[in-house]
Design a protein around this ligand. Structure first.
Ligand code: ADP
Ligand code: MG
Length: 339
C-alpha cells in the first residue's frame, strides 16, 4: 500500500493551533497586551471596535522589532523569549510559546507597524490568513502597533459562535482588568468604538485597583503581606461584609501573571470561615511572588493555569496570612449582615 501520511502545510498547522490560542477577541487582546509588556512598554493603548470582532489594535512604546524579526515573529515557534528547554523553568516573560502571532495571523487580517530605537525607519507588514501581502519601509515611532481585523474571517463556524458585541466587549474588559492590575507601573488607555473606557496613569497596586473599580473599592481593602524564604504574598482582600453571592473581583497574580486556581481560591475562602455567610465569596487581589523555577506555567496554551511545586504549603500559608490580616483589622463577624 502507498504511504499516506503527510506533513501539514504551515498555514494549516497555524490554523489548528489558533483554535487553542484564540477562542474569542479577548484572547487576541490578552496576547497582544502581553507582548507589549514583554517588549518593556511603559504606555500601552488598546483600541477595539464592535467587541473586537472587526478591529483590535494594541499600540506600545516598547522596544520594537527589526525588519527581520518583524517577519519572523509570525512564524510558528518563533520567539525571542526562550532558547532551550531549561528556560521553561526560569520564565520572566509573559510569552514563551512563540505561537500567538502565528495563530492570530492565520485567522485574521493583521497589520504590523514597528521600529526599534536604533533603526531610522520602521517596518510595515500586512498578513492575511498567514500570507504576507505587503511589506514596506515606513516612518513610525519607536515601538509596535499590531492591528487585527476581521477575526475568524476564514473560519465561519468560529465567527458565528461569537457572542454579541456587548458580551465580547465584556470578555475583553475582563482581560484588560487582569493585565492592568498586574502592571500598575504601566500606563494603559482603552478605547471602544471611539470612546475612552479607561485612562490609567502609572500608580501603585492599591491605586490601580481604585482606578479600575472606583473610589468605593478603596475602603473595602484589607492589606495582606507575608514574606518567607521562598515566597512573597502581597495585595488585599475585601472586608468580609462585602462578600457577595456572585463571583467577581477575585484575582490571583503569580509573578505578575493573572492565574485561575480553584485550590488557592479555596484557601482564601477558608480564611474567611465564620466571617461570611455560606455561599458568599470575598473579593481579593492577591499577588504571589515565587522563584520561577518552582512553578510550571506550560500547562495550557492560554497560560492561566500554574502548577506549584509545593501547593499544600502555599495553601496553608495563604490561609493563615489572610486570617491574620483580617484579625489585625479586628473585623466584626458579619453573619447577620443584610445585603
Ligand atoms: P511569544 O510571545 O511566546 O514569544 P508571539 O507569537 O506572541 O510569541 O511573539 C513572537 C515574537 O515576536 C516575540 O517573542 C517577540 O520577539 C516579538 N514581538 C511580538 N510582539 C511584540 C511587540 N509588541 N514588541 C516587540 N516585539 C514583539
Ligand atoms: Mg506572545
Amino acid at each position: 500500500m502507498a504511504d499516506i501520511i503527510k506533513l501539514l502545510p504551515d498555514h494549516v498547522a497555524n490554523q489548528i493551533a489558533a483554535g487553542e490560542v484564540v477562542q474569542r477577541p479577548a484572547s487576541v487582546v490578552k496576547e497582544l497586551l502581553e507582548n507589549a509588556i514583554d517588549a518593556g512598554a511603559t504606555t500601552i493603548k488598546l483600541i477595539v471596535k464592535d467587541g473586537g470582532k472587526n478591529l483590535i489594535q494594541v499600540v506600545d512604546n516598547g522596544k520594537g522589532m527589526s525588519v527581520t524579526d518583524a517577519r519572523l515573529s509570525f512564524e510558528r515557534h518563533a520567539t525571542s523569549k526562550i532558547q532551550k528547554a531549561e528556560d521553561l523553568f526560569n520564565l520572566n516573560t509573559k510569552g514563551f510559546r512563540g505561537e500567538a502571532l502565528a495563530s492570530i495571523a492565520a485567522i485574521a487580517h493583521v497589520e504590523l507597524l514597528t521600529k526599534t530605537e536604533l533603526d531610522e525607519v520602521g517596518t510595515q507588514l500586512k498578513i492575511e490568513g498567514s500570507k504576507v501581502i505587503a511589506q514596506e519601509v515606513t516612518v513610525t515611532p519607536k515601538g509596535t502597533s499590531m492591528l487585527v481585523k476581521n477575526l475568524f474571517f476564514n473560519i465561519p463556524a468560529r465567527r458565528n459562535f461569537l457572542k454579541s458585541n456587548q458580551v465580547e466587549l465584556r470578555h475583553i474588559t475582563d482581560e484588560f482588568h487582569r493585565v492592568a492590575l498586574a502592571h500598575p507601573t504601566i500606563a494603559f488607555h482603552f478605547y471602544n468604538n471611539g470612546s475612552e473606557l479607561f485612562n490609567l496613569p502609572i500608580v501603585n497596586f492599591r491605586k490601580r485597583i481604585v482606578q479600575i473599580f472606583g473610589g468605593k473599592a478603596n475602603s473595602k481593602l484589607v492589606p495582606v503581606n507575608e514574606e518567607t524564604q521562598v515566597l512573597k504574598i502581597s495585595g488585599f482582600v475585601n472586608k468580609p461584609e462585602f462578600a457577595k453571592k456572585s463571583r467577581g473581583e477575585q484575582f490571583f497574580f503569580v509573578n505578575d501573571r493573572f492565574i485561575k486556581s480553584p485550590y488557592l481560591h479555596h484557601a482564601v475562602v477558608a480564611a474567611f470561615e465564620g466571617l461570611i455567610k455560606p455561599n458568599t465569596y470575598p473579593g481579593y487581589f492577591l499577588c504571589l511572588e515565587v522563584d520561577p523555577g518552582t512553578i510550571d506555567i506550560n500547562i495550557h496554551p492560554t497560560k492561566t493555569e500554574v502548577k506549584f511545586d509545593d501547593e499544600h504549603t502555599l495553601y496553608a500559608l495563604l490561609r493563615s496570612t489572610i486570617k491574620h490580616s483580617l484579625g489585625q483589622f479586628s473585623v466584626v463577624p458579619a453573619i447577620d449582615f443584610e445585603q
